[in-house]
Design a protein around this ligand. Structure first.
Ligand SMILES: Nc1ncnc2c1ncn2[C@@H]1O[C@H](COP(=O)(O)OP(=O)(O)O)[C@@H](O)[C@H]1O
Ligand SMILES: [Mg+2]
Length: 292
């Protein structure tokens, strides 16, 4: 029996959908809390994973990873790195997670790969942030370096909008603000999996932050060729096996990648998608297992 380790904090909607999807496809899901997974060098695999005493999992699907101290997060990512070193398919692997959690590295890799993304600067200290603002000319968006769900973003319209360093953990991640085209505020989420686009949505917001968690409304979207190609290139640039790519089309019709998520939720997306995202994701993981 194929056994998939699903890293998850609670037994939420996503966990239930994935457990059902894998069961339909003949695989068993074992839920793992990364904090309870240990290194144990005397063990045949060098790891002590609850529920996997005899053999490592056939694959790992990383749905969530809890925050913690620098040491705790490093150790949990270390467990994922170790599983990859053992040859276990890990979706997403620690390298891709690291590259997406740190928005500055995502931006660097997108720009490096020639994927259209707004100009972005990441600096330490408010003086350097002020210098960036002065040189950029125009509105910037300040984001928490490790942020998600639209939390903690600010529009920087004047130099006085820059907050004290303590509010941003000493790091200013500043991205050129891009106004979306069309009526109101909207951007797009494209769900990439195994080198394909599975589903996509437009998110319409009452204000400029369109995340579903911030009250954004999902609308069905059939991505065009350009959007599909840009989303696939963005996921590839960070090395993600699956990803939620956030894109915005500006008033001139130009497409920009705002960020790439290595642990994307899809509850909002599923409301408007015509495929079962959990089923397609589970099927792609099992394809990777068979390809091993
Ligand atoms: N550079 C930008 N220009 C305009 N709007 C932006 C920009 N960056 C982010 N946003 C808005 O804020 C939302 C959240 O930003 P995002 O970079 O996706 O961070 P998070 O990880 O919090 O989702 C985006 O979906 C978009 O609506
Ligand atoms: Mg986002």
């Amino acid at each position: 029996m194929t056994r998939i380790a699903l890293t998850i904090e609670g037994y939420d909607w996503h966990a239930r959908a994935l457990t059902a999807a894998f069961a339909t496809l003949g695989a068993t899901v074992v839920r793992l809390h990364l904090d309870s997974c240990g290194f144990a060098t005397g063990h045949p695999t060098g790891l002590d994973l609850p529920g996997f005493a005899d053999a490592p999992p056939d694959a790992v699907l990383v749905r969530e990873m809890a925050g913690g101290s620098f040491e705790q997060v490093t150790r949990r990512l270390g467990v994922l790195h170790a599983l990859s070193a053992l040859g276990v398919p890990v979706w997403n692997d620690a390298r891709a997670i690291e590259r997406c959690v740190d928005k500055s590295m995502t931006s660097f890799l997108l720009a490096h790969a020639g994927v259209p993304t707004p100009d972005t600067w990441t600096v330490e200290g408010i003086e350097r942030a002020r210098a960036v603002f002065a040189a950029a000319g125009g509105t910037l968006v300040l984001k928490p370096l490790f942020g998600a769900q639209g939390k903690g973003l600010r529009r920087i319209e004047t130099v006085d909008d820059l907050p004290e360093p303590a509010t941003v953990a000493g790091v200013y991640y500043l991205q050129r603000h891009i106004a979306s085209g069309g009526e109101g505020f909207r951007d797009h989420r494209v769900f990439v999996c195994g080198g394909e686009v599975l589903a996509a949505m437009t998110r319409r917001g009452a204000f400029w932050i369109t995340n579903i968690k911030q009250g954004g409304t999902p609308e069905p979207l059939l991505p065009d060729r350009e959007m599909t190609e840009v989303a696939l290139r963005a996921a590839a640039a960070v090395g993600a096996s699956y990803a939620g790519v956030d894109l915005l089309r500006d008033r001139d019709g130009r497409l920009w990648v705002l960020e790439v998520n290595s642990m994307p939720a899809w509850r909002g997306l599923q409301r408007v998608a015509d495929v079962n995202v959990a089923m397609r994701l589970a099927a792609a993981v099992l394809t990777a297992v068979r390809a091993r």
